[in-house]
Design a protein around this ligand. Structure first.
Ligand code: ISL
Ligand code: CA
Length: 592
């Protein structure tokens, strides 16, 4: 019996040990436990690099001036060559395009401008062949006013479909409360022939869906799973914080001359969004081991773990801490200029907060933002070396890097001479807000040059032929005239191009656990123009220096790096010594 119990005991030990080993094989190096979240299980997307495509502006293949799915399919080799693993596709669903597809009229159809469902299935299949993952844009805070649900709600404002939206009685002949929508004007629009209003936190053509209604939630989950069954790997989730309202819809003191208050004020007073997000995850994402990235603004600090922790609502969320620094108090016209120190601190604070929680998705640009090459670089650094330096500042941070189409070739903001040259609904509103505040036409246009979402939406610059090789016909939105100098063909063919630099950064990340999992420490944090940080994983270390000044600067290299090797540099002749001489806008990465 002794031997028997011994063997049972040793079996138990063996099982326990196996279990521990299993756990260890998922864990990040044990020695750096408490600092890098060693408890985090490895996920398939941790070491991936993502690329956002804005379909309307990517590549037109049938000569109607509008980008399409066939265009995307034809450029998969280009993206593969860059090193992309995941593609986030901005909305391709049927839409009246009031907000460029972020107003969906049928979640189960492909917009005819973009092609057919067959084209979509081909895209999924071709991406699989390329070893790439597709994530779609999930826009479920609102739909289009042309969606069948809303049309039925309008036809019968007391019927069941009105319950898919927020229909509320007006007060004293006015809207139920004083909210301003994200695109200006009241967030309440009157339902014709009634005293009722419906809520829209964006344009009036984008009625907010009522997430309190279980039937709505069920239909949304069904739709999500339907797309998963087509073979996609996840979603980028639009404006998701907006789904939870304060159902009292109280008015707040006005924050502008229009007597209105940002609807964000109401959203901030709402509680309990986690219940919806957990249910959605359980009913959909969890079943498909999906990669999900939330468009999450204004998170309360203690909510980070709930959102992106190991069992969080999402795999990750975008780090917008740098972007919100450029929000004006009343709009684009009073937006503060970028402050290097505040920017660096914002990125550092994110890195610090994430370290024991999870990964954030790091971005410079997206379809709502100005081009990074214009926005984040001081005037003297707006050149290829500077653009590469900007890439080094964010790409080697801890987190999942996203590249926005054209960023990899250094596309810039686009000068326009009249508001009629802009298309974007938000730009038109911001332009008007600037004029209303007393700005001159020039000043209002300049605010649009600096901030407009259309800066990111100009056609992708493929080559120096007519319309930048984007289309054979006049594109739906003007091409940035600098395409003759900045274009993909030139970039691919030149060894020292921005494209090749991004390609190297991606390769480095693919080959380095240190870059993916290492901890992050900001150094020289009181230097007024050097952005420098160290990444550490066990004994491995790398250091990144970026000199934002127009002067040469000397820095003492920490001892452990003096025999190190230059991993990547934006000057051809960078050397390692006990001191590093950083030339204007030089970026150098050294591995211990
Ligand atoms: O409210 C904001 C910040 O406080 C806004 O930045 C808002 O979250 C953001 O504009 C949401 O953007 C997304 O949803 C919009 C769409 O126009 C954008 O293109 C999309 O990225 C409505 O669907
Ligand atoms: Ca087309």
């Amino acid at each position: 019996p002794a031997t028997r119990s011994e063997s049972v005991f040793s079996k138990i030990l063996l099982i326990l040990n196996n279990f521990k080993q299993l756990e260890m094989s998922f864990a990040i190096t044990p020695e750096s436990n408490e600092r890098n979240g060693a408890f985090m299980k490895r996920k398939w997307w941790h070491d991936k690099v993502a690329y956002q495509i804005y379909p309307k502006s990517f590549l037109d293949t049938n000569g109607d001036g509008i980008g399409d799915l066939k265009g995307i399919i034809s450029k998969l080799d280009y993206l593969k060559e860059l090193g992309i693993d995941i593609i986030w596709l901005s909305p391709v669903y049927e839409s009246p395009f009031v907000d460029q597809g972020y107003d969906i009229s049928d979640y189960y159809k492909i917009a005819e401008q973009f092609g057919t469902m067959d084209d979509f299935d081909t895209l999924v299949a071709e991406m699989k062949k390329h070893g790439m993952h597709l994530i779609m844009d999930l826009v479920v805070n609102h739909c289009s006013d042309k969606h069948e649900w809303f049309q039925k709600a309008l036809a019968d404002p007391d019927g069941p479909y009105a319950g898919y939206f927020y229909f509320r009685e007006g007060k004293d002949g006015k809207a139920p409360s004083n909210y301003r929508s994200n695109f200006g004007g009241s967030a309440w629009t009157k339902v014709p022939g009634t005293n009722k209003y419906y809520l829209h936190t964006f344009a009036k053509e984008q009625p907010d869906l009522n997430w309190e209604n279980p039937v709505v939630r069920k239909k949304i989950y069904e739709m999500i799973n339907w797309w998963f069954e087509k073979g996609i790997s996840g979603f980028r989730i639009d404006a998701i914080i907006n789904i939870k309202k304060n159902l009292d819809f109280p008015s707040f003191p006005a924050d502008g001359d229009d007597g209105l208050v940002s609807c964000d004020k109401m959203l901030a007073s709402a509680h309990g969004i986690g219940t919806f997000l957990e249910e959605m995850k359980h009913e959909t994402f969890d079943k498909y081991d999906a990669f999900t990235v939330g468009e999450v603004f204004h998170l309360k600090e203690d909510e980070l773990r709930e959102f992106i922790g190991e069992d969080g609502h999402f795999s990750t969320k975008f780090d917008f801490s740098a972007h919100v620094l450029s929000y004006g108090e009343h709009g684009w016209y009073d937006a503060p200029a970028l402050d290097f120190n505040r920017w660096r601190t914002a990125l550092f604070d994110t890195q610090k907060a994430d370290l024991t929680v999870g990964f954030e998705a790091n971005i410079i640009e997206n379809h709502d933002e100005p081009r990074g090459a214009t926005h984040y670089l001081p005037a003297h650094a707006r050149n290829e070396a500077g653009v590469k330096m900007l890439a080094a500042t964010y790409f080697l941070l801890r987190g999942i890097p996203f590249i926005y189409q054209g960023q990899e070739i250094g596309m810039t903001n686009c000068v326009r001479n009249d508001i009629s040259e802009y298309d974007d609904i938000s730009t038109k509103d911001q332009y008007q807000a600037a004029l209303n505040a007393g700005c001159s036409k020039e000043a209002a246009l300049h605010a649009c040059y600096e901030n407009s979402r259309d800066n990111a939406r100009t056609p992708m610059q493929w080559d120096d032929s007519a319309y930048a090789g984007f289309s054979t016909a006049t594109p739906w939105i003007m091409v940035n005239p600098n395409y003759t100098k900045i274009n993909a063909r030139d970039q691919i063919n030149r060894e020292d191009s921005v494209f090749k630099y991004y390609q190297k950064l991606i390769k480095l990340r693919h080959e380095s656990e240190l870059i993916v999992y290492g901890t992050y420490d900001l150094i020289l944090d009181d230097d007024k123009d050097i952005y420098a940080y160290i990444r550490t994983l066990g004994d491995e270390k790398l250091i990144v220096y970026c000199n934002f000044s127009e002067n040469t600067r000397e820095v003492e290299l920490p001892k452990e790096f003096t025999n190190g090797k230059v991993l990547i540099s934006n000057y051809s002749d960078a050397k390692v010594n006990h001191k590093i001489t950083l030339r204007p806008y030089e970026a150098i990465v050294i591995q211990k």
